[in-house]
Design a protein around this ligand. Structure first.
Ligand code: CAP
Ligand code: MG
Length: 491
């Protein structure tokens, strides 16, 4: 079997033209030596090409090349070629190593994505090209921002440690006046909820003028904090037509009297773009940067043969410095998803090390095997001579934000699927469709969380908690038809 496979590989290599040969090295020594960003993609070649020829064309187009070998190449430029270094012919998988020095200096995520999932997604040479996993060497990580204000900071602010942060999105998605919007915020916070977010398209609409919305939310928050004795957070959507307007909205919030920690900046990272995400991270390291991923489906849906996975999107969000990104409900809510996709993504952005679909990623900035550096760090640890802060230890965590068709009856099933409580959950309809309204919806969510923490079955707990009882009755009776569709099923 091995022999036959080796023969097939040899034939494929022989089929390469001189240009393609420069983008293939199936004997690449130690691709994880720190020089390369590594990717693995599912690739189906278009008619007339075999998988290695198509992969070589992808490696060329996504690094130094184009469709013909050019006379202007130099020995140095050839050193920067991306290299196809591994194939799995059975599963149509290709591994490509990118010398990460080709990327714009200064930690630019937009530039990396323009290289590796830019033109190549439109190439004639492939009929399917989906990046499934990506691997960053430790040596690369220290050049990228990573998160600054994290879930831990939010937990400290809210004094909430042993459960998910309980949130909502104000619904209707759009159409409330600023005062009506703030009322709903108050109803949720006074019902015991921690976190409210603007919905992803909420901006500066004429019926809900931005500065008024901010002002009224502040009033609602102050009232709720006073009455409940608990801190609250509001995530304001600062996505805007241009950077100046985005910053204006941020400054408007920062000058509205909110205390540090009580507000987050939400950015529609796909439609507003990576520069917006990184601008917010760099300008406001003391604020939770909330990456909403509206439109990600164009790249990530499982039935979509062209694009990249939720894992790849989420890992780049952490690299860019998002404090949190939506990672999906593993199919428990209304959106397409599966534990294999959504939970793997959530774990990879939350922890210092995690298994991906193909790579084990550590986010430590000191290469584990680099004895000398580790020795230095040990000394520093003892004498604080070399490094001031401990960010060398690793890129800070990025918080999974779990949302989309959830309601109190789905909280425990999701926690069990996730296997931990380190996430923010935001339930829109799951709170505001409650038969007794938002305040009761918030109480039902809090009660569902209490039941989970006490290890009491939710139906048992509902016997003595009427808001939860009403929620169970309503959401169980009104199961959406799509909820019965198994989430791994191809749509
Ligand atoms: C959820 C939501 C979120 C989606 C985003 C919505 O509302 O506000 O934007 O969850 O999906 O507009 O649908 P509901 P994802 O709670 O009422 O469903 O988190 O998968 O990116
Ligand atoms: Mg939304």
């Amino acid at each position: 079997m091995q022999k036959k496979y080796a023969e097939r590989i040899k034939t494929l290599v022989k089929s390469l033209n001189s240009k393609q040969k420069a983008y293939v090295n199936l004997n690449l020594k130690n691709p994880q030596n720190g020089e390369y960003l590594l990717t693995v993609s599912h690739l189906v070649p278009s008619k007339g090409l075999n998988i290695l020829q198509a992969a070589a064309e992808v490696a060329a187009e996504s690094s130094t090349g184009t469709n013909f070998k050019v006379k202007t190449e130099t020995p140095f430029s050839r050193e920067l070629n991306a290299l196809v270094y591994k194939l799995d012919l059975k599963r149509n998988l290709v591994w490509i190593a990118y010398p990460w020095r080709i990327f714009d200096r200064g930690g630019n995520i937009q530039n990396i994505l323009t290289f590796i999932v830019g033109n190549v997604l439109g190439m004639k040479e492939v009929s399917a090209l989906k990046m499934l996993d990506v691997w960053f060497p430790s040596s690369m990580l220290e050049h990228y921002d990573g998160p600054s204000y994290t879930l831990d900071d939010m937990r400290n602010y809210l004094n909430v440690y042993d459960r998910p942060i309980l949130g909502t999105i104000i619904k209707p998605k759009i159409g409330l006046t600023a005062a009506e919007y703030a009322e709903v915020c108050y109803d949720f916070w006074s019902g015991g909820g921690d976190f409210v977010k603007n919905d992803e398209p909420q901006a500066n609409q004429d019926f809900c003028e931005y500065s008024k919305m901010v002002k009224f939310v502040k009033k609602a928050m102050d009232k709720a904090v006073k009455e409940t004795g608990h801190k609250k957070v509001h995530s304001f959507n600062v996505s805007a037509p241009d950077f100046d307007e985005m910053i204006r909205r941020c400054e408007l919030i920062r000058n509205a009297g909110f205390e540090k920690g009580s507000y987050a900046f939400l950015i529609d990272g796909i439609t507003a773009g990576w520069m917006a995400v990184q601008t917010l991270r760099r300008r406001y390291p003391d604020v939770f940067i909330h990456f909403h991923r509206a439109a990600h489906g164009a790249f990530t849906r499982p039935e979509n043969p062209i694009g990249f996975s939720v894992l790849v999107l989420s890992k780049f969000a952490r690299l860019a410095g998002a404090s949190g990104i939506h990672t999906g409900t593993a199919g428990i809510g209304k959106m397409k998803g599966s534990p294999k996709e959504d939970i793997v993504a959530a774990k990879n952005i939350l922890h210092l090390a995690a298994k991906g679909h193909f790579f084990n990623q550590t986010w430590a900035q000191v290469p584990a095997k680099d004895e000398q550096v580790l020795q230095l760090v040990k000394e520093d640890h003892a004498h604080h001579l070399v490094l001031e802060d401990d960010s060398w230890r690793g890129m800070k965590k990025c918080c999974p934000i779990i949302s989309g068709g959830l309601n109190p009856t789905k909280l425990k099933p999701f926690i069990k699927t996730m296997g931990e409580v380190n996430f923010i959950t935001t339930m829109g309809a799951g709170v505001h469709a409650h038969p007794k309204g938002t305040h009761a919806g918030a109480k039902a969510l809090v009660q569902a969380c209490e039941a989970y923490k006490k290890g009491i079955d939710i139906n048992e707990y509902a016997k003595t908690h009427k808001e939860l009882r009403d929620a169970i009755k309503f959401f169980s009776k009104n199961k959406k038809p799509m909820e019965h569709v198994s989430n791994t099923e191809k749509s």
